[in-house]
Ligand binder design. Sequence first.
Ligand code: IVH
Length: 678
Amino acid sequence: METALTMASVEQAAAERRAAALREQIEFHNYRYYVLDDPQVSDPDYDALLRELQALEASHPELITADSPTQRVGAKPLEAFGEARHGVPMLSLDNAFDEGQLRAFDRRVRERLDVDRLAYVAEPKLDGLSVNLRYERGLLVQGSTRGDGSAGEDVTANVRTLRTIPLRLRGESWPELIEVRGEVVIRKADFERLNVLRLEAGERVFANARNAAAGSLRQLDPRITARRPLTLFTFGLGQTTEPIADRQSLILERLREWGFRVNERVQVVDGVEGCLAYYHRLLALRDELRFEIDGAVYKVDHLDGQKRLGFTARAPRWAIAYKLPAREATSIVLDIDASVGRTGVITPVARLEPVQVGGAVVRYATLHNEDEVWRKDVRIGDTVLLRRAGDVIPEIIGVMREKRLQDAPSWRMPPACPVCGSEVMRLEDAAAHRCIGGLYCAAQRMGAILHFASRRAMDIDGLGEKRVAQLVGRGLVATVADLYSLEHPKLVELERMAERSADNLLRAIEASRETTLARFLYALGIPEVGEVTAKRLSEHYDDLDALMQATEEALTRVPDIGPVVARHITHFFAQPHNREVINALRAARVRWPAPAGEVRSKPLAGRIFVLTGALASFTRQEAQERIEALGGRVTGSVSKNTDYVVIGDTPGAKREKAVQLGIKLLDETGFRALVADD
Ligand code: IVH
C-alpha cells in the first residue's frame, strides 16, 4: 500500500516537472516567434510540444495552471464584461497637425524645463485600441480596455489569447505590481482577409484595421478572439510599486526583456529636428508597414523631465502625437458613372464632392463592380466613408445610412456601353460586366489595336504603345481596319516618324494582310478567346462566315470550348459594330490562305479577279473566299493586270472596261467551273 502510494506520487511529481518544463519551453518559443520575430524551432516541433502538454494536462487536470499556454485558446463566453478600474488613469495624447504645432510643443517643453535641447523617444502611433494589463507577482491578473480613462471593460479572458501578451513575465526583476500599457492591433493583410471571410459569411465588414482589432478584442466569446490574429505592442506603464528606470527608452527595453513586443521602429531622437526627420521617414514608410499607423508619438525621454511637466486633465504635457494625413474622410456621392476600361470591363465609379484624403484631393472612388454597389448599397446622394491608402484608387468603405435624406433608387449597370452603345454582358461566374464592342469601342481602342498588332496576333512590327497613342490621338486610326488605309504622307507628319520608319511601318502592315485564320481570330480580341481557343476554332471552321453564324450550341461542340466562351463568341459577332470592322478588314484584303497541306492545290495562284454584278449561287464574300482559297486575289477595279472579270446579273462599267482591255470574261457557269470543288 505504502509503495503504491509512493509510486503514484513519484509519477505525479514527474508529470508536474514535465508540465512545467513544457510550459516554459512553449512560452520561450512563443516569445521568440511573436515578440522577437525570430523563431528557434520549426512549426511541427512547436506543435509537438504543445500537443504533449495538452495530453499531459488532459490526464492530469490538476496540473493546469492559469499561465499555461494551453489556456490561450479562449475560455467560455461571458454574459457581459465586468468593470475594471485602472490603477492610474489612462490618458489621451495632444495632437499636432503640422510642423508649426510640433515646434510649439517643443518650445513649450523646453521653456518649462529650462533646457536648450531635449532627447525624445519617437514611436509610431499604432492605430488600434489601447489596453491595460495588470501583473501581480509576475502573473497576468487583469486586462482591460481604456473605457473612460479611469475604468474600462474587463477583457482578461480575451487578452489571455494573445501570444504577444505574456501570461507570466519573463525574468525576475519586475515589481510586485505593475500595469503595462500598449496598443492591440491587427496586420493590414489580416484585416483584409478577415473582411473577405466576413463578406463570404454575409456579415458586416470592418471599416478599417482599428475597428477590426477593437471588434475582435471586445468579444464576449474569447474563443472568437483567440482565432483573430491580434498583436500587442507595448508603449508604457500605468501603476507600479517600484520605479523601473529613469528614462522612457529604458522602460521599453525592460518591457522587451519581460516578454513584451515593442515596436522595432521606436527610436531616441535629438531635438525637434530629430522629431521632424523621424516623421518624414515614417511617412515615406507608411505603405510598407504591416500595421496601420496614424502618426508619430514623441515623449520626453527623461522621466524626471516628465515628472516636472506633469499632466493636464486629459493628456501628459511631456508627449505629443504628430498626426499623419488622415486616410479616411466622408463625402457625398454626386453620381455613379459606368467607366469603360481598356479591356472593356465596366466599373462603377462614384463621383464625389471633392474632399482631402491622405494628403490629396479625391473626386472619384471605385466601386469595383455592380455586386459591390449592391452589397454596400451605395446610392446617389449618400454620405459615404472613404479610404485612400497610398497610391491606390480611393475606396468607399461604407454608407452612413442615418444621413440618407431620401431614398434614391438602387444603382444598376446600364444595358448598353456608355461609350459605344454596344451590348454590356455579364458572365454568370464573374462579377465583372463588359462592353463587347471590343473592336469599335473608343474606350478600348488603344488596347484593341495593341493587341491586334501584337507579335502572336497580326505581328505588325513598330506598333508600340506610343505609336498607337499617336495614331489614335491624331484621329488617323479609330479601329484596327483603319491601319490598312494609312498612307505615307500622313504618317511622316507625325512626330518622331522619319521617312524610313513610315516605310517600315507600312511594309509591316502590308505583310500582315496575309495571315492565318487562327491568328486573325486571336487578333480580334474576343473576350476569353486566347491563342489556343482561336486555333481550335480555326481547325473547326475553315471559313470565317460559318464561325460568325455558329450558334452557342454548335460552338460548344468544338474541343475545349465551354458555354462561357461560346457565349462570348456569339455575342461578339452579333455586335453590328464588330461586324462592320471585320468587313472593313476583309475589304482591306486581310486574308488567311488555307495552310499548305491542308488544302489540295492552288490552281489560281497569282491570278487577279474582279467581280461585277450579282451571282446567283455565291454572295460577293463567298466568291472572293473561293478565289482566295485557290490562291487567287480579288481587286476592286479592272486594269491590264486583271486576269478574269466575273460577270453577274446587272454588271457595272467594269464589264466595258474589261472588254476594252481584252480581259477574259467569266459568267457564273464559267466561274463555277473554274472554282469547282473537286
Ligand atoms: S502613449 C499618456 N504611445 O494613442 C500617454 N499612445 O491618442 C498615452 N497610441 O490611447 C499614450 N501608439 O491608444 C502612446 N506609441 C504610442 C501609441 C499610443 C498608439 C494610442 C493609445 C492612446 C492614444 C492616444
